[in-house]
Design a protein around this ligand. Structure first.
Ligand SMILES: O=C(O)CCC(=O)N[C@@H](CCC(=O)O)C(=O)O
Ligand SMILES: [Zn+2]
Length: 336
């Protein structure tokens, strides 16, 4: 195997590879760009015009997706997968991965879309570097741009594998990309309704990529991910890399459920209280009239829409950040 196929090993050891560029026997070029960053370029004769950014480890303790990207890159470096797409593999927050923690000083997935300019510290620097790497990768004209930012969630979920689709004013969601996610085993997609500061929001709004945050089960340490079944997603990603479609270019969304954001619950102060059991699962339904949270100045969050569900409830986030998202089934979604 080419040494650059060991990106995860190099990154966890904090090592820089001696050789920065290597070629497979089939002529695929593997290039190390920066810590946790490797670019794959297929031979010109095989290039199908697809640019694919695959990122994981934006949160350092979300290991199942990191292991998935490691398997894909190793397969390329062993010449077992022959890419037709250009690919950028990014391991988002190496310092946090080495500690096995979500972040070192602050959540890097709140520092994109330029937000890193207002902060200092390792995550702000890394968010800036990731933006530059993504922008350079997606700078070639007339190519198709797709970004999957792979995560796992802090808590268990009634819907195990789901995606979050960023928002841009006036831009319809892509039926084809939703159909692809359905084939890949994603059960639900949450449609954001405002611009955000996550990595996928940056590549979607600033770089014109189709972009998704994928949530792939519950976060566990390295080597303990046997319970997370990513087989369908892995087959889909292998097919994307090799320029194959698993199901002939279908626009069928299958069983995929679409949800819209009703409200984001923002924690404003240390007085914030979330009235939910500690072990509540993502996508749990909350009854109308339920007092969900309270904060300073008599702020109260009461459920007012039937069918409301909660995802990512977390009273421990820093003040000013999102402590949960209330979602409802989406209606009249504009698809192109
Ligand atoms: O499990 C949790 O509470 C958080 C899971 C997580 O990290 N989710 C992402 C979603 C990003 C998005 O909205 O696209 C995040 O919060 O960064
Ligand atoms: Zn995450």
């Amino acid at each position: 195997m080419l040494a650059l196929g060991k990106l995860l090993e190099l990154t966890l050891a904090g090592h820089e590879p001696a050789a920065k560029i290597q070629l497979t026997p089939e002529g695929t070029r593997v290039r190390w760009l920066a810590e946790g960053a490797v670019e794959i370029t297929p031979p010109a004769a095989r290039d199908n015009g697809q640019d694919l950014l695959l990122s994981a480890g934006i949160h350092g303790n979300e290991t199942a997706p990191i292991e998935l990207l490691d398997r894909l890159l190793q397969a390329i470096a062993r010449n077992q997968l022959q890419p037709c797409a250009r690919i950028l593999f990014l391991l988002g927050n190496p310092a946090a991965m080495r500690r096995g923690e979500r972040y070192v000083e602050q959540d890097i997935n709140r520092l994109f879309n330029g937000r890193h300019d207002q902060h200092s510290g390792p995550e702000a620097l890394r968010a800036c570097e990731l933006e530059h790497l993504a922008a350079a990768f997606f700078s070639k004209p007339e190519r198709t741009r797709l970004h999957y930012d792979l995560h796992t969630a802090i808590r268990a979920s009634k819907v195990e594998q789901f995606a979050l689709y960023p928002f841009q004013e006036g831009r319809p969601r892509s039926r084809r990309e939703l159909a692809r996610l359905s084939v890949a085993g994603i059960e639900a997609v949450l449609l954001h309704n405002k611009s955000s500061v996550t990595f996928s929001a940056y590549t979607y709004t600033q770089l014109g990529a189709e972009a998704f945050t994928l949530e792939l089960g519950k976060a566990r340490p390295f080597g303990q991910n046997a319970l997370v079944n990513l087989d369908r997603l892995e087959l889909h990603m292998q097919a994307l890399i090799e320029g194959r479609e698993l199901e002939a270019a279908s626009d069928d969304l299958g069983e995929l459920k679409l949800f819209a954001v009703a409200r984001e619950v923002i924690k404003h102060s240390d007085a914030f209280q979330l009235h939910l059991p500690a072990d509540i699962e993502n996508f749990s339904e909350l009854p109308v009239g339920y007092l969900l949270a309270e904060d300073l100045s008599d702020t109260r969050w009461v459920i007012d829409e039937p069918g409301t569900r909660i995802i990512f409830p977390n009273p421990k986030v820093k003040n000013g950040l999102r402590a949960g998202i209330l979602i409802v089934p989406a209606e009249d979604v504009q698809l192109a």
